[in-house]
Design a protein around this ligand. Structure first.
Ligand code: KMH
Ligand code: ZN
Length: 280
C-alpha cells in the first residue's frame, strides 16, 4: 500500500461526462466553447488535468473522431492542462470506437480495469479490450489513468501490470470512482480497502465519489495521501439543496481543502511530471 503523503495535490476536473442531459442541467458544458471557457477557469482555480467527454451538436455523447481531435487541439491552444480523453465514453459506445479515441492523440486516456454494472446498464470492459487499450496507448505514447470502480478492478490492475509491464511514461496513476450504482460504495472503508490493495508499482492515485459521496471521499482521499477528481461528471450538488453552478466552484473548493491539509494544488507542470508526461 502506498503510504506517502505527497506535498501537493493534483486536481482533476471531469466537467461533462456522458450521463447527464443538457436539458436537465443547462450549466453542463457540452459545446466546445463552453468546455474551453470552463477549462480555462478551472486551470486558473487549480486544476492540473481535464478528463474529457465530448458531446455532439444535439448535446448527446459522441466519440466522433473529428470532434475529439478538435477538442484536444482547442484545449491545448487555450490551456496547459493535461488533456485526458475518456475511452469509457457512454455505456452505449462500441469497443472499436472507444479504442479509436487514441487516434485523437491526447496526453492521457482513461482505461477502466473491468466491467461493472452501471445503474440499469453495463459498462463493458472485457479483459482482452483492456489489454488492447493498454498496448495501443503505449504504442501511441499516451499516458493512461487506470479507473477503478470496484475492488476487483484493483486485482485486474495487478494482472495488467504483471502481464504488460509499465505504461508509457513509466508511472502508474490510477483513479478510484466510488459510489456508482453497481460498483464500490462511496465510503471511506471501501476507499481504504482499495488503496490497501493497490500494486506497489502505483506511483499516484486519485479518487472521486459520485453524488452525495463526493465530499466525504474527497476528505478521506486527502487524508490518505491521494489526489482529487471533481466535476459535474460525478456530482451535480454543491451543498444540501444547492445545485452546482459550474465546475469552477468544485475545483475552487478542492483547492481550498487541499491547501488546508497542507497539500496545495500542483501546477500543470507538476501534473505532467507526476504522470510521466514528456518522459520517453
Ligand atoms: N461514462 C461511463 C460509462 C471513463 O470516462 O473512462 C464511463 C466513464 C469512464 O465515464
Ligand atoms: Zn469519464
Amino acid at each position: 500500500m502506498p503510504t506517502a503523503y505527497p506535498p501537493n495535490t493534483l486536481v482533476t476536473v471531469a466537467p461533462t461526462g456522458a450521463e447527464t442531459a443538457k436539458d436537465d442541467v443547462p450549466q453542463l458544458p457540452t459545446t466546445l466553447d463552453e468546455l474551453i471557457a470552463e477549462a480555462i477557469a478551472c486551470e486558473a482555480a487549480g486544476a492540473g488535468l481535464i478528463h474529457v467527454h465530448v458531446r455532439d451538436a444535439d448535446h448527446r455523447p459522441t466519440l466522433d473522431p473529428v470532434r475529439l481531435r478538435d477538442t484536444v487541439a482547442a484545449l491545448r491552444e487555450s490551456t496547459d492542462l493535461v488533456v485526458q480523453l475518456s475511452t469509457g465514453g457512454s455505456v452505449h459506445d462500441p469497443l472499436a470506437a472507444r479504442l479509436a479515441v487514441l487516434d485523437a492523440a491526447p496526453d492521457s486516456c482513461s482505461i477502466t480495469c473491468g466491467t461493472t454494472n452501471f445503474g440499469d446498464d453495463v459498462f463493458l470492459n472485457p479483459w482482452p479490450f483492456v489489454v488492447e487499450l493498454f498496448e495501443r496507448a503505449r504504442d501511441a505514447h499516451v499516458v493512461p489513468e487506470f479507473e477503478l470502480f470496484d475492488l476487483g478492478h484493483v486485482q485486474a490492475l495487478h494482472r495488467l501490470l504483471d502481464t504488460c509491464g509499465l505504461p508509457w511514461g513509466g508511472r502508474v496513476h490510477c483513479d478510484f470512482v466510488l459510489g456508482v450504482p453497481g460498483g464500490m460504495p462511496g465510503t471511506v472503508a471501501a476507499l481504504v480497502a482499495g488503496v490497501a490493495a493497490l500494486p506497489t508499482a502505483v506511483t499516484s492515485w486519485s479518487a472521486t465519489g459520485i453524488g452525495r459521496s463526493h465530499l466525504p471521499v474527497a476528505a478521506a482521499t486527502l487524508a490518505l495521501g491521494g489526489h482529487l477528481r471533481v466535476g459535474m461528471e460525478d456530482n451535480l450538488v454543491y451543498a444540501r439543496g444547492r445545485a452546482v453552478r459550474s465546475n469552477v466552484e468544485l475545483v475552487e473548493r478542492a483547492a481550498r481543502l487541499a491547501a488546508e491539509l497542507q497539500r496545495p494544488v500542483l501546477t500543470t507542470a507538476g501534473a505532467r511530471e507526476l504522470l510521466g508526461l514528456g518522459v520517453s
